[in-house]
Ligand binder design. Structure first.
Ligand code: PMP
Length: 360
């Protein structure tokens, strides 16, 4: 078997141990005589798995009983609608920070349901920085305040939690959750699509403070209502059993590796050495202001764009896959989530340096 280093932004690499366990489990999961895809979500074995996965999320992020942990569907994109539908009434003002493509999308969806106030916008720097908090134009009585903790496309990350006083803080953590410890108590809602640091696509993790569960609009559809899932153990309808099961294995593996504290150490080291290699070179450039550079997604352009095709072809031959950057930014992007081992980043740096020697 030959596994490549997969730098995809999502669906992203999963831990090999998890994949091997899935292979082993498939024909006869948990001595049920069935695969996980064939068991009832109401069976005791699956309910036990669901309960354990929830407990693992709680343990990993030290989540108190003031919060519900939900396993939903629809991806992070559906949360762009679910947040306004569950936390605001039509006519309410909601605050958003616009720091990249994903927050922009969240804003246009929220604008269908309420009045969006953009407190700050970094489009003037091509989303290469985060405007200073002191300059944000916040609404005192906003129904909530939303930000995208890590912008996956431009590689911009909040290395701080915004101050919002009494206004509930909502965060899209799709591409940063479980990469480091976070103080969940500072948040009203945290959501994340699974397919980067959590598991396969199909599951969306939502952590919601219980006192917010009653804020929904009267006409919010049943399956878009947080409370319905909170009251049913995320089983308001048939859940995405397979993705949930793989997610449970990833969480277990994450705990075994020392949890988010251990991850943060490795992730910071991986990111810093890659940025250093980029900054030290004459061929590669990352335009993001250093204070806001993402630990998870590292975009870089080659000074001569004519070399892009060659870089991609040769990096693949070296076993380094999915480095093509997003079309909005161009160049390359290395997504280095939890499942990317430090050796993968070392191999990328070595390749980049050799490529520069020959082509720089
Ligand atoms: N938010 C962020 C920060 C993302 O990176 C993505 C997907 N790359 C999304 C939202 C959309 O997620 P999904 O495809 O799960 O709807």
């Amino acid at each position: 078997m030959s596994r490549v280093y997969n730098f995809s932004p999502g669906p992203a690499a999963l831990p090999l141990k998890v994949l091997e366990r899935v292979r082993e489990d498939i024909p006869d999961w948990n001595s049920s005589g069935m695969s996980i895809m064939e068991v009832s979500h109401r069976s005791k074995t699956f309910m036990d798995l669901a309960e354990k996965a929830e407990q693992d999320v709680r343990d990993l992020l030290s989540i108190s009983n003031d919060y519900s942990v939900l396993f939903l569907q629809g991806g992070a994109t559906l949360q762009f609608a679910m947040t306004p539908l569950n936390l605001s009434q039509s006519g309410d003002v909601v605050d958003y920070v616009q720091t990249g493509s994903w927050s922009k999308k969240a804003i246009s969806e929220a604008a269908r349901f309420c009045t969006v106030n953009i407190v700050a916008d970094s489009s003037d720097s091509n989303f290469c920085h985060i405007p200073l908090q002191a300059e944000w134009r916040k609404t005192t009585n906003a129904a909530y305040f939303h930000y995208t903790a890590n912008e996956t496309i431009a590689g911009v990350e909040f290395h701080f939690i915004p101050e919002t006083a009494e206004v509930p803080l909502v965060a899209d953590m799709s591409s940063t959750i479980f990469s480091r410890p976070i103080d969940v108590n500072r948040f009203g809602v945290i959501y994340a699509g699974a397919q980067k640091n959590i598991g396969p696509a199909g599951v969306t993790l939502v952590i919601v403070r219980n006192d917010l569960l009653d804020r929904k609009r009267a006409d919010t559809p049943t399956l878009l209502t947080y409370k319905v899932f909170a009251d049913s153990g995320s089983m308001a309808n048939t859940p995405p059993i397979f993705s949930w099961y793989v997610t449970a294995l990833v969480l277990e593996e994450l705990k075994a590796q020392g949890g988010v504290v251990a991850m943060a150490k490795i992730n910071e080291s991986k990111a810093m050495k890659l940025y250093q290699a980029i900054d030290d070179s004459n061929l590669y450039n990352n335009p993001v202001q250093p204070d806001y550079r993402s630990w998870m997604n590292v975009p870089f352009v080659l000074r001569d764009a004519n070399l892009n095709t060659k870089f991609l072809a040769e990096s693949e031959s070296a076993g380094l896959f999915n480095l093509k950057g997003h079309r909005l930014v161009g160049g390359m992007r290395a997504s280095i989530y939890n499942a990317m081992p430090e050796e993968g980043v070392d191999a990328l740096i070595y390749f980049m340096q050799e490529f520069e020697k020959l082509n720089g």
